[in-house]
Design a binder for this molecule. Structure first.
Ligand code: NAI
Length: 341
Protein backbone atom coordinates (compact mmCIF):
# COMPACT_ATOMS: atom_id res chain seq x y z
CA UNK A 1 0.00 0.00 0.00
CA UNK A 2 1.67 3.32 -1.06
CA UNK A 3 1.96 6.15 1.49
CA UNK A 4 -1.15 8.38 1.47
CA UNK A 5 -0.63 11.83 -0.03
CA UNK A 6 -1.27 14.56 2.54
CA UNK A 7 -3.55 17.25 1.11
CA UNK A 8 -5.52 20.19 2.49
CA UNK A 9 -9.30 20.13 2.08
CA UNK A 10 -11.29 23.37 2.26
CA UNK A 11 -15.07 22.75 2.01
CA UNK A 12 -15.75 26.48 1.42
CA UNK A 13 -19.04 28.37 1.42
CA UNK A 14 -22.53 28.00 -0.04
CA UNK A 15 -22.73 24.74 -2.01
CA UNK A 16 -19.05 24.08 -1.14
CA UNK A 17 -19.63 21.62 1.72
CA UNK A 18 -22.25 19.71 -0.34
CA UNK A 19 -20.04 19.25 -3.40
CA UNK A 20 -16.92 18.57 -1.31
CA UNK A 21 -18.78 15.81 0.59
CA UNK A 22 -19.83 14.35 -2.74
CA UNK A 23 -16.27 14.54 -4.08
CA UNK A 24 -14.82 12.82 -1.01
CA UNK A 25 -17.41 10.02 -1.23
CA UNK A 26 -16.54 9.46 -4.90
CA UNK A 27 -12.79 9.67 -4.30
CA UNK A 28 -13.12 7.11 -1.49
CA UNK A 29 -14.93 4.77 -3.88
CA UNK A 30 -12.06 5.29 -6.34
CA UNK A 31 -9.53 4.30 -3.65
CA UNK A 32 -8.40 7.81 -2.84
CA UNK A 33 -4.66 8.25 -2.31
CA UNK A 34 -5.25 11.42 -0.27
CA UNK A 35 -5.13 11.90 3.51
CA UNK A 36 -7.10 15.08 4.10
CA UNK A 37 -6.29 17.91 6.48
CA UNK A 38 -9.66 19.73 6.71
CA UNK A 39 -9.50 23.54 7.06
CA UNK A 40 -11.92 26.46 6.85
CA UNK A 41 -11.67 29.71 4.85
CA UNK A 42 -13.97 32.33 3.28
CA UNK A 43 -17.21 33.08 5.11
CA UNK A 44 -16.83 29.80 7.01
CA UNK A 45 -13.42 31.08 8.17
CA UNK A 46 -14.96 34.36 9.37
CA UNK A 47 -17.64 32.43 11.29
CA UNK A 48 -15.29 29.86 12.81
CA UNK A 49 -12.09 31.84 13.35
CA UNK A 50 -12.93 35.51 12.68
CA UNK A 51 -10.71 35.46 9.58
CA UNK A 52 -11.55 34.71 5.90
CA UNK A 53 -8.13 33.11 5.59
CA UNK A 54 -7.16 31.66 8.99
CA UNK A 55 -3.47 31.04 9.75
CA UNK A 56 -4.18 27.32 10.28
CA UNK A 57 -5.43 27.00 6.71
CA UNK A 58 -2.35 28.77 5.34
CA UNK A 59 -0.02 26.65 7.47
CA UNK A 60 -1.75 23.49 6.31
CA UNK A 61 -1.22 24.35 2.62
CA UNK A 62 2.37 25.39 3.37
CA UNK A 63 2.89 21.86 4.74
CA UNK A 64 0.98 19.84 2.15
CA UNK A 65 1.58 22.08 -0.91
CA UNK A 66 -1.60 20.54 -2.30
CA UNK A 67 -5.27 21.42 -1.79
CA UNK A 68 -8.78 20.67 -3.00
CA UNK A 69 -10.99 23.64 -2.37
CA UNK A 70 -14.69 24.45 -2.47
CA UNK A 71 -15.75 27.96 -3.55
CA UNK A 72 -15.16 30.84 -1.13
CA UNK A 73 -17.66 33.66 -0.89
CA UNK A 74 -16.44 37.23 -1.39
CA UNK A 75 -18.78 40.10 -0.58
CA UNK A 76 -19.39 42.50 -3.49
CA UNK A 77 -18.57 46.18 -3.03
CA UNK A 78 -17.32 46.44 0.58
CA UNK A 79 -16.22 43.73 3.01
CA UNK A 80 -13.06 41.65 3.08
CA UNK A 81 -10.66 41.10 0.17
CA UNK A 82 -11.12 37.85 -1.79
CA UNK A 83 -9.57 34.86 0.02
CA UNK A 84 -9.07 33.27 -3.40
CA UNK A 85 -6.91 36.16 -4.58
CA UNK A 86 -5.00 36.08 -1.27
CA UNK A 87 -4.41 32.32 -1.52
CA UNK A 88 -3.08 32.73 -5.05
CA UNK A 89 -0.73 35.50 -3.90
CA UNK A 90 0.41 33.67 -0.76
CA UNK A 91 1.45 30.54 -2.67
CA UNK A 92 2.47 32.30 -5.91
CA UNK A 93 -0.11 30.30 -7.87
CA UNK A 94 0.68 32.13 -11.08
CA UNK A 95 -0.99 29.78 -13.56
CA UNK A 96 -4.68 29.02 -13.71
CA UNK A 97 -5.33 26.07 -16.00
CA UNK A 98 -8.93 25.70 -17.10
CA UNK A 99 -9.78 22.94 -19.57
CA UNK A 100 -13.04 23.36 -21.47
CA UNK A 101 -14.04 19.92 -22.68
CA UNK A 102 -17.38 18.48 -23.79
CA UNK A 103 -18.63 15.93 -21.23
CA UNK A 104 -22.15 15.51 -22.60
CA UNK A 105 -22.29 15.08 -26.40
CA UNK A 106 -25.07 16.63 -28.46
CA UNK A 107 -25.21 20.03 -26.77
CA UNK A 108 -25.43 23.38 -28.54
CA UNK A 109 -21.68 23.11 -29.20
CA UNK A 110 -20.26 19.61 -29.57
CA UNK A 111 -16.74 18.21 -29.39
CA UNK A 112 -15.24 21.16 -27.57
CA UNK A 113 -11.68 20.59 -26.40
CA UNK A 114 -9.86 23.77 -25.61
CA UNK A 115 -7.85 25.00 -22.69
CA UNK A 116 -7.73 28.44 -21.14
CA UNK A 117 -4.54 29.42 -19.35
CA UNK A 118 -5.05 32.49 -17.21
CA UNK A 119 -2.39 34.60 -15.52
CA UNK A 120 -3.39 34.44 -11.88
CA UNK A 121 -1.40 37.06 -9.93
CA UNK A 122 -1.30 40.30 -11.91
CA UNK A 123 -3.43 42.64 -14.03
CA UNK A 124 -6.50 44.62 -13.08
CA UNK A 125 -7.89 41.66 -11.13
CA UNK A 126 -5.57 42.14 -8.15
CA UNK A 127 -8.02 44.71 -6.78
CA UNK A 128 -5.60 47.50 -5.90
CA UNK A 129 -8.25 50.17 -5.77
CA UNK A 130 -9.30 53.26 -3.92
CA UNK A 131 -11.88 55.99 -3.82
CA UNK A 132 -11.22 59.72 -3.96
CA UNK A 133 -13.68 61.72 -1.87
CA UNK A 134 -14.91 65.04 -3.23
CA UNK A 135 -16.95 67.42 -1.08
CA UNK A 136 -19.41 65.30 0.89
CA UNK A 137 -19.23 62.25 -1.42
CA UNK A 138 -16.70 59.69 -0.08
CA UNK A 139 -17.06 57.64 -3.28
CA UNK A 140 -16.91 60.47 -5.81
CA UNK A 141 -14.14 58.84 -7.88
CA UNK A 142 -13.07 55.18 -8.06
CA UNK A 143 -9.61 54.20 -9.24
CA UNK A 144 -7.99 50.83 -9.93
CA UNK A 145 -4.38 50.03 -10.71
CA UNK A 146 -3.51 47.16 -13.02
CA UNK A 147 0.00 45.79 -12.85
CA UNK A 148 1.51 43.41 -15.40
CA UNK A 149 5.21 42.68 -15.34
CA UNK A 150 7.38 41.28 -18.13
CA UNK A 151 8.67 38.66 -15.70
CA UNK A 152 5.20 37.65 -14.50
CA UNK A 153 3.84 37.53 -18.04
CA UNK A 154 6.80 35.50 -19.32
CA UNK A 155 6.53 33.01 -16.43
CA UNK A 156 2.87 32.33 -17.18
CA UNK A 157 3.43 32.24 -20.93
CA UNK A 158 6.27 29.77 -20.51
CA UNK A 159 4.02 27.54 -18.38
CA UNK A 160 1.31 27.74 -21.06
CA UNK A 161 3.70 27.05 -23.95
CA UNK A 162 5.27 24.08 -22.12
CA UNK A 163 1.76 22.74 -21.44
CA UNK A 164 0.88 23.20 -25.12
CA UNK A 165 3.92 21.19 -26.20
CA UNK A 166 3.41 18.48 -23.55
CA UNK A 167 -0.25 17.98 -24.47
CA UNK A 168 0.17 18.28 -28.25
CA UNK A 169 -1.78 21.52 -28.78
CA UNK A 170 -1.48 22.76 -32.36
CA UNK A 171 -2.29 26.43 -31.83
CA UNK A 172 -1.94 28.91 -28.98
CA UNK A 173 -3.83 32.21 -29.09
CA UNK A 174 -2.80 35.17 -26.93
CA UNK A 175 -5.87 37.16 -25.88
CA UNK A 176 -5.24 40.86 -25.12
CA UNK A 177 -6.51 44.41 -25.48
CA UNK A 178 -3.26 45.99 -26.59
CA UNK A 179 -5.04 48.37 -28.99
CA UNK A 180 -6.49 50.28 -26.02
CA UNK A 181 -4.53 49.21 -22.93
CA UNK A 182 -1.31 49.46 -24.88
CA UNK A 183 1.06 49.14 -21.94
CA UNK A 184 -0.93 46.97 -19.53
CA UNK A 185 -1.87 44.22 -21.95
CA UNK A 186 0.67 45.11 -24.64
CA UNK A 187 3.45 43.90 -22.36
CA UNK A 188 1.77 40.47 -22.15
CA UNK A 189 1.39 40.19 -25.93
CA UNK A 190 4.97 41.35 -26.48
CA UNK A 191 6.35 38.88 -23.90
CA UNK A 192 4.43 36.04 -25.60
CA UNK A 193 5.63 36.89 -29.10
CA UNK A 194 9.21 37.29 -27.91
CA UNK A 195 9.20 33.97 -26.01
CA UNK A 196 7.66 32.17 -28.98
CA UNK A 197 10.28 33.49 -31.43
CA UNK A 198 13.11 32.63 -29.04
CA UNK A 199 12.09 29.18 -27.87
CA UNK A 200 8.89 27.69 -29.32
CA UNK A 201 8.72 28.64 -33.00
CA UNK A 202 7.66 25.67 -35.12
CA UNK A 203 6.44 23.60 -32.18
CA UNK A 204 2.92 25.03 -32.45
CA UNK A 205 1.27 27.93 -34.24
CA UNK A 206 0.98 31.22 -32.32
CA UNK A 207 -1.59 33.90 -33.03
CA UNK A 208 -3.33 36.65 -31.11
CA UNK A 209 -6.79 38.16 -30.82
CA UNK A 210 -8.37 41.11 -29.05
CA UNK A 211 -10.56 40.10 -26.10
CA UNK A 212 -13.84 41.47 -27.49
CA UNK A 213 -13.36 39.75 -30.85
CA UNK A 214 -12.34 36.59 -29.00
CA UNK A 215 -15.62 36.53 -27.07
CA UNK A 216 -17.57 36.84 -30.31
CA UNK A 217 -15.49 34.20 -32.11
CA UNK A 218 -15.87 31.76 -29.20
CA UNK A 219 -19.64 31.96 -29.49
CA UNK A 220 -19.72 31.70 -33.30
CA UNK A 221 -17.04 29.06 -33.83
CA UNK A 222 -15.19 27.84 -30.71
CA UNK A 223 -13.44 25.07 -32.67
CA UNK A 224 -11.11 27.63 -34.28
CA UNK A 225 -9.27 27.83 -30.94
CA UNK A 226 -7.04 25.24 -29.28
CA UNK A 227 -5.43 27.02 -26.32
CA UNK A 228 -6.17 30.57 -25.12
CA UNK A 229 -3.56 32.32 -22.99
CA UNK A 230 -4.51 35.56 -21.34
CA UNK A 231 -4.26 38.02 -18.48
CA UNK A 232 -6.09 37.65 -15.18
CA UNK A 233 -9.39 39.49 -15.67
CA UNK A 234 -9.90 38.40 -19.29
CA UNK A 235 -9.19 34.81 -18.23
CA UNK A 236 -11.76 35.08 -15.47
CA UNK A 237 -14.44 36.19 -17.90
CA UNK A 238 -13.53 33.78 -20.71
CA UNK A 239 -13.55 30.85 -18.25
CA UNK A 240 -17.25 31.33 -17.57
CA UNK A 241 -17.89 31.82 -21.30
CA UNK A 242 -16.01 28.54 -21.88
CA UNK A 243 -18.13 26.81 -19.22
CA UNK A 244 -21.22 28.03 -21.08
CA UNK A 245 -20.01 26.30 -24.27
CA UNK A 246 -20.00 22.88 -22.59
CA UNK A 247 -23.25 23.02 -20.65
CA UNK A 248 -22.53 25.32 -17.72
CA UNK A 249 -20.49 25.96 -14.62
CA UNK A 250 -21.33 22.54 -13.18
CA UNK A 251 -18.83 20.98 -15.62
CA UNK A 252 -15.84 23.37 -15.55
CA UNK A 253 -12.78 22.54 -13.41
CA UNK A 254 -9.63 24.53 -12.73
CA UNK A 255 -6.14 24.21 -11.28
CA UNK A 256 -4.10 26.97 -9.66
CA UNK A 257 -0.48 26.02 -10.17
CA UNK A 258 2.46 27.78 -8.63
CA UNK A 259 5.97 27.64 -7.32
CA UNK A 260 4.93 26.77 -3.76
CA UNK A 261 1.70 24.79 -4.07
CA UNK A 262 -1.17 23.65 -6.30
CA UNK A 263 -4.82 24.27 -5.46
CA UNK A 264 -7.61 22.53 -7.36
CA UNK A 265 -11.17 23.86 -7.52
CA UNK A 266 -14.24 24.34 -9.69
CA UNK A 267 -14.46 27.47 -11.86
CA UNK A 268 -17.84 28.31 -10.30
CA UNK A 269 -18.54 30.17 -7.07
CA UNK A 270 -20.53 29.35 -3.94
CA UNK A 271 -23.91 29.47 -5.77
CA UNK A 272 -25.81 31.00 -2.82
CA UNK A 273 -29.08 30.75 -4.79
CA UNK A 274 -29.07 26.93 -4.52
CA UNK A 275 -26.99 26.39 -1.36
CA UNK A 276 -28.48 23.91 1.11
CA UNK A 277 -31.04 22.61 -1.39
CA UNK A 278 -29.14 19.39 -2.16
CA UNK A 279 -29.22 20.00 -5.92
CA UNK A 280 -25.70 21.30 -6.66
CA UNK A 281 -23.68 19.56 -9.35
CA UNK A 282 -20.35 18.27 -7.93
CA UNK A 283 -18.91 17.36 -11.36
CA UNK A 284 -16.73 20.46 -11.78
CA UNK A 285 -15.05 19.78 -8.43
CA UNK A 286 -14.67 16.09 -9.31
CA UNK A 287 -13.02 17.01 -12.61
CA UNK A 288 -10.71 19.29 -10.58
CA UNK A 289 -9.95 16.27 -8.37
CA UNK A 290 -9.06 14.35 -11.56
CA UNK A 291 -6.61 17.15 -12.45
CA UNK A 292 -5.20 16.86 -8.90
CA UNK A 293 -4.67 13.10 -9.37
CA UNK A 294 -2.85 13.80 -12.65
CA UNK A 295 -0.73 16.43 -10.90
CA UNK A 296 0.28 13.65 -8.45
CA UNK A 297 1.13 11.40 -11.42
CA UNK A 298 -1.89 9.20 -10.81
CA UNK A 299 -3.16 9.30 -14.40
CA UNK A 300 -4.79 5.87 -14.24
CA UNK A 301 -7.04 6.92 -11.33
CA UNK A 302 -7.79 10.24 -13.02
CA UNK A 303 -8.85 8.35 -16.16
CA UNK A 304 -11.12 5.99 -14.16
CA UNK A 305 -12.74 8.96 -12.43
CA UNK A 306 -13.39 10.76 -15.73
CA UNK A 307 -14.82 7.59 -17.30
CA UNK A 308 -17.14 7.06 -14.32
CA UNK A 309 -18.38 10.65 -14.69
CA UNK A 310 -18.91 10.28 -18.46
CA UNK A 311 -20.75 6.94 -18.04
CA UNK A 312 -22.96 8.27 -15.24
CA UNK A 313 -23.91 11.31 -17.31
CA UNK A 314 -24.23 9.67 -20.73
CA UNK A 315 -24.98 5.96 -20.23
CA UNK A 316 -26.92 5.97 -16.94
CA UNK A 317 -28.27 9.44 -17.78
CA UNK A 318 -28.18 10.44 -14.13
CA UNK A 319 -27.83 14.23 -14.12
CA UNK A 320 -28.42 17.13 -11.75
CA UNK A 321 -30.92 19.91 -12.51
CA UNK A 322 -28.42 22.33 -14.07
CA UNK A 323 -27.88 19.72 -16.80
CA UNK A 324 -31.60 19.15 -17.35
CA UNK A 325 -31.80 16.10 -15.07
CA UNK A 326 -33.64 15.55 -11.82
CA UNK A 327 -31.02 13.83 -9.63
CA UNK A 328 -30.11 15.33 -6.28
CA UNK A 329 -26.42 15.79 -5.39
CA UNK A 330 -26.62 12.64 -3.25
CA UNK A 331 -28.40 10.52 -5.92
CA UNK A 332 -25.84 11.58 -8.54
CA UNK A 333 -23.00 10.81 -6.12
CA UNK A 334 -24.42 7.33 -5.46
CA UNK A 335 -24.66 6.70 -9.21
CA UNK A 336 -20.97 7.62 -9.53
CA UNK A 337 -20.06 5.30 -6.66
CA UNK A 338 -21.95 2.44 -8.38
CA UNK A 339 -19.94 3.08 -11.57
CA UNK A 340 -16.70 2.83 -9.60
CA UNK A 341 -17.67 -0.36 -7.73
P1 NAI B 1 -21.61 31.27 -9.04
O1 NAI B 1 -20.62 30.62 -9.93
O2 NAI B 1 -21.59 30.89 -7.61
O3 NAI B 1 -23.10 30.98 -9.60
C1 NAI B 1 -23.53 31.39 -10.89
C2 NAI B 1 -24.78 30.56 -11.29
O4 NAI B 1 -24.37 29.21 -11.59
C3 NAI B 1 -25.80 30.45 -10.16
O5 NAI B 1 -27.09 30.48 -10.72
C4 NAI B 1 -25.53 29.07 -9.56
O6 NAI B 1 -26.65 28.46 -8.95
C5 NAI B 1 -25.04 28.26 -10.75
N1 NAI B 1 -24.07 27.24 -10.34
C6 NAI B 1 -22.77 27.45 -10.01
N2 NAI B 1 -22.19 26.30 -9.67
C7 NAI B 1 -23.12 25.34 -9.77
C8 NAI B 1 -23.12 23.93 -9.53
N3 NAI B 1 -22.02 23.29 -9.13
N4 NAI B 1 -24.27 23.24 -9.71
C9 NAI B 1 -25.38 23.86 -10.15
N5 NAI B 1 -25.45 25.20 -10.40
C10 NAI B 1 -24.33 25.93 -10.20
O7 NAI B 1 -21.42 32.84 -9.22
P2 NAI B 1 -21.93 34.05 -8.29
O8 NAI B 1 -23.31 33.80 -7.83
O9 NAI B 1 -21.63 35.25 -9.10
O10 NAI B 1 -20.94 34.07 -7.04
C11 NAI B 1 -21.29 33.61 -5.74
C12 NAI B 1 -20.10 33.78 -4.80
O11 NAI B 1 -19.03 32.91 -5.17
C13 NAI B 1 -19.51 35.21 -4.74
O12 NAI B 1 -19.26 35.53 -3.39
C14 NAI B 1 -18.19 35.07 -5.51
O13 NAI B 1 -17.22 35.98 -5.08
C15 NAI B 1 -17.79 33.64 -5.19
N6 NAI B 1 -16.90 33.02 -6.20
C16 NAI B 1 -15.91 32.21 -5.72
C17 NAI B 1 -15.09 31.53 -6.59
C18 NAI B 1 -14.03 30.63 -6.03
O14 NAI B 1 -14.01 30.35 -4.84
N7 NAI B 1 -13.11 30.15 -6.84
C19 NAI B 1 -15.22 31.67 -8.06
C20 NAI B 1 -16.34 32.51 -8.45
C21 NAI B 1 -17.13 33.17 -7.55
Amino acid sequence: MPQPILATLIPGDGIGPEIVDAAITVLDALGSPFAWDRQVAGLAGVTAAGDPLPTEALESIRRTRLALKGPLETPSGGGYRSSNVRLREEFKLYANLRPVRTMIPGGRFDDIDLVIVRENLEGLYIGHEHYIPIDDDPHAVAMATGVNTRKGSARLLEYAFEHAVATGRKKVTIVHKANIMKALTGIFLEAGQELYERKYKGRFELDSVIIDACAMKLVINPWQFDMLVTTNLFGDILSDLGAGLIGGLGLAPGANIGADAAIFEAVHGSAPDIAGKGIANPTALLLAAAMMLEHCRLGEQAGRLRRAIADTLNVDKVRTGDLGGSASTVAYTQALVRRLA
